[in-house]
Write a protein that binds this ligand. Sequence first.
Ligand code: SAH
Ligand code: SF4
Ligand code: F3S
Length: 441
Amino acid sequence: MRYHVMTFGCQMNEHDSERLAGMLEDLGYQPVDDPAQADVVVLNTCTVRETAETRVYGRLGELKRLKSERPGMIIGVCGCMPQREGAAGEVRRRAPHVDLVFGTHNLDAFPALLREVVEERRPVVAVSDEEGDIVEGLPRRPGDDLKAWVTITHGCDNFCSYCIVPYVRGRERSRRPEAIVGEVERLVAAGCREVTLLGQNVNSYGQDLVEARGGAGFARLLRMIDGVDGLWRVRYMTSHPRDFGPEVIQAVADCGKVCEHVHLPVQSGSDAILDLMNRGYTTARYREVVAAIRQAVPGVALTTDIIVGFPGETEDDFRQTLDLVREVRFDAAFTFVYSPRSGTPAAGFPDQVPQEVKKERIARLIELQNGITREENQKDVGREVEVLVEGASPKNPGKAEGRTRTNKLVLFPGGQENRGELVTVSVQRAGTWVLHGEVVR
Ligand code: SAH
Ligand code: SF4
Ligand code: F3S
């Protein structure tokens, strides 16, 4: 029996896909790259923007054809989309060939739900509104042994006015520090060298745990993980500008394994828009946090997320975003066109921005940021950077690739045999997306 899992969302979603794969392998299923060969196909979905759902329905359309040729194929839809109000029913109506629909809060029930579909030969829908307790010890597919994601908090309590994540992922719940450190130790024992700590707002880690009260929860956790022997690198995302306090900045500066990269979504450069977004900070506070991080962590790379065309965003608001981007000079930015999500406050706000205006603004923003990214990357030319080698570059024969501590992709002569090495590369050339160089040590 063979399976294929498709992932549509963020790192959390990808991490959940590893768990789905782990559960399927425990049941005796083997992975297969081509969904046409699979007995079970699972679509692990995202609903953060309308386009994410459109892609899911596109794939479901293709799978309908495959399933008509192989009627025994089981199709499952899970993740954040079924968790959205009304979406599970919508999936069943628009894609009746789907056999199993379950939500993020039912992930650990997947093996039992699959058995129900197989044994009773009828569609099963399981979407609960309750988050339930954090389930520890779910199997994971031993995929990438070198790098691993480690969840530190589930859910989100921030309710940014545009965002559906708090509705589909539930309230913020922190895993216990000893469970997290224990997982990191087990990963390292299995060969892992880099972990990325995951949470929608890592800076509020531990606020719901009694022993971490006092606000130093995430800082303390970073110090604990930095102490794990055999681990080389620690990354974390996402950071929230409102909660990125001095203790965390000090921990990032002190901990040798914690990488010099902060992903700090700003979302907008206009205070009026940030207020409507319910982000809880001003551009002045954002600039202060950036200055404090740069002061404490020399050579740090900063990346961000920006939404254009939020309801009420005027040309002047948008220019303030461009000004902030020019001033802060992010190493990279993920840019999004605002997508109204039903059930979120912003979807009902007046002055929705027309699609043409959003398109035009995002094009201007991307052009500006790409130029800055290239210029910032060029500053690395002539420098020596530490690279954790991931193996042969899939698109560049004769080259190996890996990432710097600042999370930049580096290509250099080498191949798969270099996987897992920590090398020093002298950077000779830099483009917008990649640095090129040669190994010096
Ligand atoms: N918790 C993280 C990331 C959440 S989703 C954070 O707070 O930054 C990733 C990004 O998607 C967000 O940072 C935001 O830029 C974008 N996003 C979320 N909802 C969106 C929407 N309705 N339309 C467009 N972009 C959105
Ligand atoms: Fe969404 Fe805001 Fe939570 Fe991020 S912090 S997941 S943008 S509500
Ligand atoms: Fe991630 Fe999308 Fe869910 S961004 S948390 S998979 S809605």
